[in-house]
Design a protein. Structure first.
Length: 405
């Protein structure tokens, strides 16, 4: 449902339906995701680089295929239920074959290196019958394995690629273009190479610019001081009514585990973003005020976040901490892995790549269990009012790395 704010009160309105949805497909219509509605923490949401690139592709195709200059583009979101209205900053022909469209990246209230950047798409037909992705100026290229894209490919992640492919298919249908017609999508970012120096892209082996990212199409404003304050509220709600157990998740990974395996209600599961240390401190303070102990606290998520605790990083944002491969390598060394394997882990460009290095090694699961236990001990020292802390690590697909339950 679409909401509007009136002062401090919120009123539910009927969702706006995309104008392009045919009446006979009413059940397939998407509702607008209204960015004017604040997140639960009172902060403004934004548009991912993936949503911006998709909007630019739509605007470029509109001019290329039907001489239509659009002021806005409706971007279908990956949830299949909503679309996002994205303003188009500029659209023009570069030549008879190519159109360029530009979108201003608005990251909302999240501190985002690409906030305010111009994301653009240069679109032209091809004879291959496929949608091909190219890196224009300011978008990087992958040079090392272990990323979400293959070596040599533009740093455009799978979900944004799927969003753009869907946009191309819908625009071909709308404009009466043959399904077999292919298009080249060159995605870029003005000053992207400079912006990328403020990110982990150089360390990841992504050269030449930024990455086009996003898993939902929406930037959730999590990494702010006011979000930290809101975490305290969520922690206190989770601990209410003498809850016997709670789960803290750095992201969405681990959510199914908390619900399906642990059987926790949504209120007992807290999305803590990068602020594990603050969440533990809030927990200790709340339990002391209540004069009780918490039987069990679960930490569930990807080791790319949680393993940073082993290096003393309790704020796991990339601007506040180093990447986790050194911690994984250190544990591997202490467990007797060979020097070559340890060095490969240390030099891996992502924790996912480190997982691939460890897969063929004997005792990989035992290593991850060891890491879970080490993280739990460090966390327990910070929140002694909890009787037991359990850590569960998962890969990006949600598969358990260490203890299965």
């Amino acid at each position: 449902m679409r909401n509007r704010w009136r002062g401090k009160r919120r009123r539910r309105l009927r969702p706006r339906v995309a104008d392009t949805a045919p009446p006979e497909d009413a059940e397939l219509r998407r509702a607008e995701f209204d960015l004017r509605v604040l997140a639960d923490n009172g902060l403004r949401r934004g548009r991912t680089t993936g949503s911006c690139a998709t909007a630019a592709v739509i605007a470029a195709l509109a001019l290329l295929l039907r001489e239509q200059r659009r002021l806005h583009a409706e971007v279908a979101l990956p949830d299949g239920k909503h679309y996002l209205v994205v303003p188009i900053q500029a659209v023009r022909r570069l030549n008879t074959e190519t159109v360029r469209a530009e979108v201003l990246k608005d990251g909302g209230d999240d501190p985002d290196n690409t906030h305010g950047a111009t994301i653009f798409a240069e679109v032209r037909r091809n004879d291959c019958g496929e949608v091909r992705f190219l890196a224009a100026a300011g978008v990087g290229t992958a040079t090392r394995p272990g990323l979400r894209v293959a070596v040599g490919e533009p740093a455009i992640n799978p979900v944004p690629r799927a969003m753009m492919r869907q946009a191309v298919a819908e625009m071909k249908t709308e404009c009466g273009v043959a399904p077999e017609q292919g298009f080249d999508l060159a995605i870029g970012c003005e000053n992207g190479e400079t912006i990328a120096r403020k990110t982990f892209n150089p360390r990841l082996g992504i050269v030449g610019g930024i990455s086009i990212l996003g898993t939902s199409g929406i930037v959730e404003p999590m990494s702010m001081a006011s979000w930290v304050a809101s975490i305290e509220v969520y922690v206190r709600v989770a601990l209410a009514d003498a809850a016997p157990a709670v789960a803290y998740l750095p992201g969405k990974i681990g959510r199914d585990f908390a619900r399906d395996t642990l059987g926790l209600e949504e209120a007992q599961t807290v999305q803590i973003a990068n602020f594990l240390g603050d969440a533990l401190d809030f927990t200790q303070a709340a339990l002391l005020e209540q004069g009780r102990e918490l039987p069990a606290l679960w930490l569930a998520g990807h080791p790319g976040k949680l393993a940073k605790v082993l290096a003393g990083a309790w704020d796991t944002h990339s601007s506040k901490s180093n990447m986790a491969m050194d911690s994984v390598a250190q544990v591997a060394a202490e467990r007797g892995y060979g020097a070559l394997t340890v060095e490969k882990i240390r030099q891996a460009n992502t924790v996912e790549a480190a997982m691939e290095i460890l897969k063929p090694e004997a005792g990989a699961q035992a290593l991850w269990i060891d890491m879970e236990q080490r993280i739990a001990r460090l966390a327990h020292a910070r929140v002694p009012a909890v009787q037991r802390i359990e850590v569960r690590l998962f890969d990006l697909a949600g598969n358990p790395l260490g203890a299965a339950a």
